[in-house]
Design a protein around this ligand. Structure first.
Ligand code: SAM
Length: 323
């Protein structure tokens, strides 16, 4: 076996020590429009680093060797595949016909305002009374984004890029909106999910996108939301929903749920990573929860009936509470 293929404990720790290179390289290829270039004809067309650079016309000083270093790293994570010096990718940069993609989510999570809070993760342990993001910026992310139109816009693009493909898959297999006449999307952001649901279910006569004023204002005209709030705040949100619902009304919660036991699968890691992100940026005591913990919060708000648990993809789980 080649030395480079040996997974020793030392290489494992060295991998972790430099892991930050991976998301930052992903960020770089998005900024350099590498995937869009490989897919410019609508299909996967592998190119060398030099060909990519000449196609994106980045100027005379761009360095193909350095781009290749980045592409090699991401190839080792399966983002690209390499054959005789050309890099391709099976992943189209766009996830739907309207040009949505996961790229804004990646850019959103690595913008300067977010990156500045990362060195303070340990302070969320030492003093959870203030979020690392708040220590750096003096306020929580949602009010901070609200002041900067470009951040607000990126947040909306990021949410739509992740939520729309999920919602498409969800609506294919879920019929819980049948007969619903009024639907409130709490934290509905761009309104894309609400629009998709209402398009599929014309019986819904009234749809309300309940979000912050600066978000709704920019929305082009469910709930992936509990993660950003503490247990007490979640109880209050759920209680408000419970009080607003008529008997028999439903609360449909779409959240990434923590596995009961820690494991090293990609889906578990994705959720555990996002959990630390929430702790650092949104709320030190906001968190991803297990199904049991969500059930408990629902019970505390008065929902005695957890009707179903739908596993639509490996990231989001849908819990349906009924009043
Ligand atoms: C993680 S995003 C979920 C977006 C959307 N549900 C989706 O799946 O695309 C959380 C949303 O909660 C909204 N939000 C934050 N604080 C809020 C508040 N106090 N009242 C209403 N919405 C709020 C944010 O603006 C954001 O759009």
């Amino acid at each position: 076996m080649e030395r480079s293929q040996i997974n020793s404990p030392i290489s494992a720790i060295m991998e972790l020590a430099n892991l930050v290179s991976v998301p930052m390289s992903l960020n770089a290829v998005i900024k350099l429009k590498v995937l869009d270039t490989i897919w410019q004809d609508g299909s996967n067309n592998p190119l060398s680093a030099a060909e990519i650079l000449s196609a994106v016309a980045v100027g005379p000083h761009a360095d193909a060797e350095n781009l290749q270093r980045i592409l090699r790293l991401l190839t080792s994570y399966g983002v690209f595949n390499e054959h005789t010096g050309k890099y391709g990718s099976e992943r189209s940069p766009k996830t739907d016909e309207n040009g949505l993609s996961y790229a804004p989510y990646i850019l959103q999570h690595h913008q300067d305002a977010i990156m500045l809070a990362w060195p303070l993760v340990h302070e969320a342990v030492l003093d959870p009374s203030s979020e690392p993001f708040v220590k750096v910026h003096g306020e929580l992310p949602y009010s901070y984004y609200g002041k900067y139109p470009e951040m607000n816009f990126l947040m909306q693009k990021a949410m739509s890029g992740v939520s729309v493909p999920f919602m498409k898959a969800f609506l294919d297999g879920y019929d819980g909106f049948q007969g619903v006449e009024t639907l409130v999307d709490v934290g509905g952001n761009s309104g894309d999910c609400l629009r998709m649901i209402m398009t599929k279910y014309p019986s819904i006569k009234k749809g309300v996108n309940f979000d912050l004023p600066e978000v709704v204002e920019k929305a082009p005209r469910f709930l992936w939301i509990l993660v950003s709030w503490t247990d007490d705040e979640c109880k209050q949100i759920l209680k408000n929903c419970f009080d607003a619902l008529p008997p028999g009304g439903k609360l449909i919660l779409c959240d990434p749920l923590l596995p009961d036991r820690t494991n090293d699968s990609r889906s578990s890691r994705a959720i555990l990573e996002a959990d630390v992100f929430i702790m650092t940026m949104y709320r030190t005591k906001g968190k991803h929860r297990t199904e049991k913990e969500c059930r408990k919060l629902g019970l505390a708000a008065g929902f005695h009936n957890l009707r179903a648990n739908f596993n639509v993809d490996h990231y989001f789980t849908v819990l349906e509470f009924q009043k």
